[in-house]
Write a protein that binds this ligand. Structure first.
Ligand code: IPM
Ligand code: MN
Length: 353
């Protein structure tokens, strides 16, 4: 918190509404730096569908190197309607996550006071948990391929890669996080041990081995399908959930909806010993692009997570407090129905700092 601290931030606005929400995130970051005694240096990187269409470039090596040298990264969204699905997602987003070994995807599911949730009779006391998603392995590892592609005998395989090291470091992070969070002190492993009897056997064995070192943390296990049911029926059961890459992807969309929608859901791709990347979890929302109607609060909440990770706790708390005030003024958290524009919402957050 010394006033001399300076952070180098890579900014990757990306596709669709990414640039619009990142602009507001940067606005808040700049205001926080002025008010809370640290300085930031921003470098923008033009990555995404438009550049790919224009130049054929996805993520040049020298740009990865520059991004890797930063303190942290703020990313908007990746995904373009005119580019075949997979090219940009794998070439940019997953490439960045993997190259920087951001092995944790941290996604809080927290309902703020006076926000509508589609869950009947549930409130902020019930919906307050964190999903820790493994972020470098599983079905996302890219293992598999085609045989006899395009013929009637075609075979496509896609294998889930789970290493002891990858699983263990994720589970350890989850136990530590749960202890530090100091709420219900309960960690739930979300898996599918009844069908995925190799992958989740490794997860389950590792989970209960590591658990022995955390006698203060209560452990629980839920299959992924049941997890979805409990998230809707009894979200108050959860404190911290740890799960693999694919299941984590799926249940955090459900999580986003019960906390009020994609407009508010933030995430961090974290390498606890390296460079981390913060992003709103909603996509590029092509149909709202350029309209100044998308909700920037998820990107602003991602900035809040960045500040927490940087150790700027006072600034992070101020941003969260401000978000909680601003949501009370919005008619809805959804794009186009906020009652304010994207830039106005960003300005409102700044004005409370
Ligand atoms: C997310 C997104 C990405 C993922 C896509 C865009 C590759 O859905 O961050 O949840 O699946 O991880
Ligand atoms: Mn997703």
């Amino acid at each position: 918190m010394e006033s001399s601290t300076s952070y180098q931030i890579a900014v990757i606005p990306g596709d669709g509404t990414g640039p619009e929400v990142v602009r507001e995130g940067v606005k808040v970051l700049e205001a926080a730096s002025k008010n809370f005694g640290f300085s930031i240096e921003l470098e923008h990187f033009d990555l995404g569908g438009d550049r790919y269409i224009r130049t054929g470039e996805i993520l040049p090596q020298n740009e990865i190197e520059k991004i890797k040298s930063k303190t942290a990264i703020l990313l908007g969204a990746i995904g373009h309607p005119d580019v075949k699905p997979g090219i940009l997602e794998k070439g940019i987003l997953l490439n960045l996550r993997f190259t920087m070994d951001q092995y944790i995807n941290l996604r809080p599911v927290k309902l703020y006071p006076n926000i509508d949730t589609p869950l009947k009779d549930k409130g902020p006391d019930d919906i307050d948990f964190v999903v820790i998603r493994e972020n470098t392995e599983g079905l996302y590892a890219g293992a598999g391929g085609f045989l006899k592609k395009g013929t009637p005998d075609e075979i496509a395989t896609q294998e889930s890669v789970n290493t002891r090291k990858g699983v263990e470091r994720c589970i350890r992070f989850a136990f530590d996080y749960c202890r530090k969070r100091n709420k219900k002190k309960k960690l739930t492993l979300c898996g599918k041990t009844n069908v995925l009897t190799y992958a989740f056997d490794l997860w389950e064995r590792t989970f209960y081995e590591v658990a022995k070192e955390y006698p203060d943390i209560q452990t629980d296990y839920a299959h992924v399908d049941a997890t979805c049911m409990w998230m809707v029926k009894n979200p108050e059961f959860f404190d911290v959930i740890v799960t693999d890459n694919m299941f984590g992807d799926i249940i955090t969309d459900l999580g986003a909806v019960i906390q009020g929608g994609m407009g508010i859901a933030a995430g961090g791709n974290i390498n606890p010993n390296g460079v981390s990347m913060y992003e709103p979890i909603g996509g590029s929302a092509p149909k709202y692009t350029g309209m100044n109607v998308i909700n920037p609060l998820a990107a602003i909440a991602s900035v809040q997570m960045m500040l927490e990770q940087l150790g700027e706790d006072t600034a992070a708390q101020a941003v969260e407090d401000s978000i909680m005030k601003v949501v009370l003024k919005l008619q809805s958290l959804s794009a186009g129905r906020m009652g304010y524009s994207t830039t106005e919402v960003g300005d409102m957050v700044v004005s409370n700092l």
